[in-house]
Design a binder for this molecule. Sequence first.
Ligand code: PNW
Length: 469
Amino acid sequence: MLQFPSDFLWGSATSSHQIEGAATEDGRGWSIWDAHSHTPGRTANNENADVACDHYHRYKEDVQLMADLGLTAYRFSISWSRIQPDGQGAVNPKGIAFYNNLIDELLKHHITPWITLYHWDLPLALQTEKDGWLNPEIADYFAAYAAICFKHFGDRVKHWITLNEPWVVAILGHGEGVFAPGRKSKSEPYQAAHQLLRAHGKAVQLYRKQYQPEQKGKIGISNNCDWREPLTDLQKDKDAATRSLEFFLGWFADPIYLGDYPQVMKDRVGDRLPKLTQEDRALLKGSSDFFGLNHYTTLYASDVNPNAEVQSEVYGNGGIFEDQYVQLTADPNWKMTSMNWAIVPWGCRKLLEWISERYDNPPIYITENGCSLEDKIKDGAIQDTVRKEFIESYLAACHKAIENGVNLQGYFVWSLLDNFEWALGYSKRFGIHYVDYETLERTPKNSALWYKEAIKNSGFEFTQTNTKI
Ligand code: PNW
């Protein structure tokens, strides 16, 4: 039996754009994701999130699903354009009312709300009129929006995440252009990341000055990172793995914990990497009360000969390939999810240990972990054995990390519901509840039933004796 600490947080996570729907209802303005998904060719089958899971109208039913599971925490995000339709100025009272109702419903069921302020749905006007995350002014717009949320919800909400995965906004949104706002560039990712960091810093500074003393909550950020295992014992491959992690996670976590970008990024990116001023560094250093980590998969890393002809970009290279020169490969024996992400629980443990060591043992929360599978409903049930094994083995790896001294305090399954998986539309199912997109009916998958037992017992019998953790 793997027993978790009695105060360990058992959560599940979602995001506003992926589940709410009601895209233009009650005064909500469009976000860059509404514009992106309504542009032909940008999403699978040209799907959009106008309705999604219709959570906006069904939030009570969804909180009941959480209560049935026994969740102790629920992470969701606020749609900025529901609160401020144009991203600045007047507050939409109906937006405030919706989140007030959701928060109250959660508290009624003893579920602790964890709010993400920004999960990629930038109000469209801030993009078209202000250049979005490329404009240094965005940090002030973001802090002003954050203040509205602290003011209206902070009496009951004690856990805040400023940004979800700035890496994705930078690389997939401004580098590869596959996510909103759909920009392709070799320099904009570094500029956008810089403003994302500054925005995080300003929101935290404001919270700490004006709200934290009275509200007594905690505030942090959620970064995503895969694990990179050196392909061989050669020093150059070990260096390649470290370099890959520094370009992935160090890019965002180093300024927050160590006060500057990783040296290897400064050396390799040169002038395309903006400089953090003295003021930025003071703003950022120490600006997270906990380490939020979203983790999904692992790849082997090896060095690339810079003199060789430039190799084609490998899927999942974790950034701009020629800036890193890291070759990534998967072990052909690894099981894959329907995202083609490898299932490697020991990578999760190694990443947790790497974070603990590099950043001086901060309290860590896994704010997302989960997998997408081709789930089929049969006789009212979903036999998602692979997902159950995924969650079980990743939690077992977490348990081992805790035994090894990692200060891991909680875990949020991604996701509570099947939902709008961004550029992949509804084709990928990450939920522990199945959503029938015709009827919008929710059904707990077998993984949810397993998770419920684990929560009840604060642990579980680890049955996969042949799985390395
Ligand atoms: C995360 N990648 O996104 C997000 O926070 C969720 O909104 C999303 O549904 C979930 O993971 C599953 O995709 C990511 O390409 C998207 O490395 C892409 C990547 C990583 C995370």
